[in-house]
Design a protein around this ligand. Sequence first.
Ligand code: 7TS
Length: 409
Amino acid sequence: MTSMSFDVEAVRRDFPILSREIGGKPLVYLDSAATSQKPQVVIDALSAYYSGMNANIHRGVHTLSQEATEAYEGARGKVRQLINAAEDAEIVFTRGTTEGINLVAQTLGAQRLGQGGEVVISNMEHHSNVVPWQILCEQTGGRLRVVPINDDGELLMDEYESLLGPQTALVSIVHMSNALGTINPVKDIVAMAHSRGIPVLLDGAQATPHLPVDVRELDCDFYAFSGHKLFGPTGIGVLYGKREWLESMPPYQGGGEQIKSVTFEKTIYNDLPYKFEAGTPHIAGVIGLGAAIDYVNGVGLERAAAYEHELLEYGTEQLQAIEGLRLIGTAREKAGVLSFVLDGIHPHDIGTVLDTQGIAIRTGHHCTQPLMQRFQVPATARASFAFYNTRGEIDALVEGIHKTFEVFS
Ligand code: 7TS
């Protein structure tokens, strides 16, 4: 597949913000790993819900409530299809990846992790796949074990395997790294854990916008991701869980919607997935996420991934040719991210100069401080792509980096 078959200019016209200017220069948005931009159809879906359908769900006999419930549950079906889950009941709506991981930590994690038990994560995890497990370890007397990585930013799989044992309560690993772009061999990670009866959660925050994901093929027990990185609204996310685990787990939060009956003596919890959806959910967000999934399906994730891959190869070549630039994250399997440092220039200064050129990148530790420690850098500059980016924008980035060198020379 070549970029010839992918009409990026047509895709760009779907995203109104991409025609903005910043300080008189066309916006070059290279921060999609932080949050993606939204196509008009998603913006319209939010507006249509509030202007024509707004009502609470699952509780009204009136028409608006029925329409809102139908739209909300329809979106759950779209999520199920997107990740090929077996049934809608395995799709739990959350606030985002962070909440999905905390949910599993405080329910299944609390059930499985005892004194001396272990949770296995990796050196490239986002803080949201570190801190919830640290909190759990403090509560239970458990211990965090960390899979090391090599200098390219790839997991050391032998080390991973050697960390697994009867003491391992759970494995929680990122599918695609936000700071390096590495795509981890998650199918193998799951298989190795399962051969020892250990459940696996995958953090799919970065993978879902870049790769087709099939949770049944991966055979993972949980898969967490965020709507806002997948061209949908903020404040909405998904936790996929296998039915047998979700059934066996206690609720995460108590409240309305998640119960069947309540007396002061005893509460009977609702069926899946409602047991885990206490309170009025982000109805508009769910409907907007459904619209985002329809949009992504229309673009075609596989086609988009091939296009993005070319973009990444082009960007990698261009950046590697710049003297004084070091790429952080050179895994063989990677997508969508170019993290780098420049000799003698702090990443924040790079970001500031690029902003004067209309170029938006992220600078800092990317909520992966242990990873920065591993590479012995305080921070990196990170350009991250989506399928709406172009070669011309990479050229602008390269020009901006040269300009940065001039400013600080
Ligand atoms: N996991 C990964 C791999 C992430 O990249 C992020 C957010 C999260 C979890 C948390 O997602 P949230 O939607 O719950 O906040 N990553 C980034 C980033 O790279 N820049 O800003 C947010």
